[in-house]
Ligand binder design. Structure first.
Ligand code: IMP
Ligand code: MG
Length: 223
């Protein structure tokens, strides 16, 4: 490291500097305008870590191995659900050892709060021909399961050979409809998570790890 360059602090050490109490600012929403003026690394102490970049990387390696094995000799189309799955999908497909086609859908189910509206709006659809092909939907997080079920029905209408789900995070405590998830990165508690592509109100997607907003649950829209 050249003289004068600041040594990067590992995320976990930075989190030790997390000061309880400061996170009440979330409840007032007042912290959001201030964040605009801060460099990304200053976000880190404010969002406690659930899964570090290293843990995520390791788990993605395992998932990629499993998926590559299960889909060897298959005509696989990986469909990422924007925007939340963008970073996860980019890392996942680069670890696959089989040929794949990539496409995306974009749906919105959350408004600006932390609870799902339950209403799904399709904002971008796949353009790849999936008829007769194997489809793996890659999601950031399965919460109530409403989005996953909706997507399953939506893509099944195009008569793929089969459709499976891969999600980075699964929050089973909030499930409202049954979803079979074939590949799960991590289980998460009922807390509002952000980072590694996942947002709160479009903030925090760029965090290299998955953290949570303290004192929030997904049932708590004031969070
Ligand atoms: P579901 O339809 O309730 O399963 O929710 C699906 C979508 O809601 C996910 O793809 C996320 O975009 C969003 N979501 C659910 N839980 C969280 C969370 O804890 N943090 C951020 N987004 C979430
Ligand atoms: Mg989202």
């Amino acid at each position: 490291m050249p003289v004068g360059m600041p040594m990067p602090t590992p995320p976990n050490q930075r989190l030790e500097n997390h000061r309880p109490g400061r996170h009440n600012a979330w409840k007032e929403g007042g912290i959001v305008p201030k964040l605009k003026n801060l460099p990304p690394n200053d976000l880190v102490p404010k969002v406690p870590c659930l899964f570090s970049a290293e843990e995520i990387d390791r788990r993605i390696g395992e998932l990629a191995q499993e998926i590559s094995r299960d889909y060897s000799n298959s005509d696989l189309v990986v469909v990422g659900v924007l925007k939340g799955a963008w970073i996860f999908m980019a890392d996942l497909v680069r670890r696959l050892t089989i040929p794949v086609h990539c496409d995306f859908v974009r749906v919105s189910s959350y408004g600006s709060g932390t609870t799902s509206s339950g209403q799904i709006r399709l904002e971008l659809d796949v353009t790849t021909e999936i008829r007769g092909r194997r489809v793996l939907i890659v999601e950031d997080i399965v919460d109530t399961g409403i989005t996953s079920n909706w997507l399953l029905e939506h893509l099944k209408r195009r008569r793929p050979r089969d459709v499976r789900f891969c999600c980075l995070l699964d929050k089973p405590s909030r499930r409202e409809c049954q979803v079979t998830i074939h590949y799960t990165g991590f289980l998460v508690p009922n807390q509002f998570v952000v980072g590694y592509g996942i947002d709160w109100n479009e903030h925090y997607r760029q965090l290299p790890y998955v953290g949570y907003l303290p004192d929030t649950t997904s049932d708590d829209p004031s969070g």
